[in-house]
Design a binder for this molecule. Sequence first.
Ligand code: SF4
Ligand code: F3S
Length: 104
Amino acid sequence: TYVVTDNCIKCKYTDCVEVCPVDCFYEGENFLVIHPDECIDCGVCEPECPAEAIKPDTEPGLDKWLKINTEYASIWPNITVKKDPLPEAKEMDGQTGKFEKYFS
Ligand code: SF4
Ligand code: F3S
């Protein structure tokens, strides 16, 4: 599966949702997640994210993000249509430790 990681937080560009063939993105207030059981590993969303926040979970060190994506995909509503990024997206793009500070 692919997972959404830290740099999506407070950016939420949503370009990813438009390209997913199985509509497996779910939306929180300032972050999106991928439902790992629904993702078919096509990889088309990865290059679409301007924040480079989407990664294959085969990359090392992503266990935490796989857990977060799994947990919130079962709680948050599905999102399939692109919307405006969050107003602070540009300033927040590239900041580190966003999960600890801002996740919602
Ligand atoms: Fe959707 Fe493909 Fe991205 Fe998985 S890898 S979330 S199926 S676009
Ligand atoms: Fe987030 Fe990137 Fe999608 S910032 S909403 S994963 S396009």
